[in-house]
Design a protein around this ligand. Sequence first.
Ligand code: NA7
Length: 550
Amino acid sequence: MTKEFAATTPNTPLDVAIIGAGFAGMYMLHRLRRAGFAVRVVELGPDVGGTWYWNRYPGARCDVESLQYSYSFDEGIQQDWTWTERFATQPEILRYANFVADRLDLRRDIQFGVRITSGRFDTTANQWVLETDSGTAIHARQVITAVGCLSTANVPQIAGMESFEGQTIHTSDWPRDGVNLSGKRVAIIGTGSTAIQAIPEIARQAGHLTVFQRTPNFSVPARNAPLTPETVDWWKKNYPDLRKKARETMRSGTIYDLPTRPAIGTDPADVRAELEARWQKGGANFAYAFSDLIFDETANAMAAEFVRDKIRSIVHDPETAEALCPKDYPIFCKRICVDSDYFATFNRPNVSLVNLRQTPLERITSKGVQTTDQEHEFDVIIYATGFDAITGSLLRLNLTGTQGRTLKEKWADGPKAYLGLATSEFPNLFMITGPGSPSVLSNVLVSIEQHVEFLSDLMEHIRSHGITRIETTAKDEEDWAHHVTEVAHTTLYPKAASWYMGANIPGKPRVFMPYIGVDAYRKKCAEVAAQGYVGFQMNGADAVAHASAG
Ligand code: NA7
């Protein structure tokens, strides 16, 4: 039964409206409610879970180990939930989200099935007015977006798409009742992490699976396995230290076996032995084999060649193997994929690869996919074409700031946000895992907790000082954006045309969006808070003067 929510009005606004009920929105709600704020979450979907609610494609899993991809803020939750596999499946993660929502009784303050269609900041009342598709506006003093970084699908514009007479599915909007692929002729377009997880599973179900690949990806084996009770117990017992280590000392917010030496200067045989050991161990730990892999092109090339050799040794058909080998960008500069049997799947008789570099995709027909050399006929076409990452879901909110510009207009040349948390002209608006924060280059649960805790402290600060309007400055966000770019350019990341750069969306500005370094970022935020939230200008009853970070 849908709960009725009290109307908000300019005279009875919420203290805080949160947009999104994924892991970020859930924890933000819990923190603010506990601190006594009048708060409500508005969520488009019918239940909690965010990306894990929607991404139900076969094989969907988290590529961060489950014992680390979970909340740490509540010892009871941490101890009472038990993960079953090294890398959790989507259904298990969604069960976890529901477990937390039940335990903290979150749903009573979540309005489900409502889309924010637009929003504007009322400069007289110093509050946001969010318009919804239900026709009822939501008034709130502060708005916090928790819309996720990978939640607006990239549906490519391919001629003839609407003419296909079979079933069309995007992996991020997989039908909740599942899809019977048994015996069917199935196409999958895309070979990013999603497809790399889905392809082995779909190949087991489909009559025939044809993979349309434009750019091959680097992938390492997950070596997924059930967790033993001993492993789980050890983690639970040591959680306080382990969580602290992940938060404060790891670039990614995930505990990996950190490198002890650079690849350059190490005997090549030792380099290969170390890479082999990590390949056998499985997971993204592979990326941390040497300290210079992400900084030095020669070192990086050694790891890339190691993976290409693995592909060549796994895939029987030499032409297919070569087509699956990424060659034109450094390894680790697009998200490293973590798979279960991906490359071996191409040895199956019911799987074929179409190399779109050789025979480009021309259009979708009523029967299937037309490439430059032939028409391929299908019953189902699956688009595993990714997301309008990091900014897509923020821009879709259609928010207008104090200068009459929408966020999309303001960010026409790329997003600029102070600490990835706030942007000038948009007072009283904060973003969890926004552009310029570690977001997708981190264990996102760790980043979410850090943002939520920073923002709840900030909300308490402004409440106690009677602040009614808080806004960052153009200079502070400019300086931060410059710093984000500067840090990125100390690495090889910008050398790949990745979705970190916006390169997967035609017309999207090419700006490196995530901040590299969970540990450094956390320190910076703590300093900002300790200095009275330097970089934010605040006005209100106390008229507290806050200096600019510049
Ligand atoms: P990705 O990593 O963006 O992958 C999308 C794939 O779709 C990629 O192989 C693209 O090829 C391909 N693509 C996109 N548009 C087209 C068109 N028009 N024609 C052919 N192929 C196309 O998205 P994922 O969902 O796999 O992963 C995103 C993240 O979600 C992942 O890292 C996890 O963190 C969760 P391209 O490389 O552009 O040539």
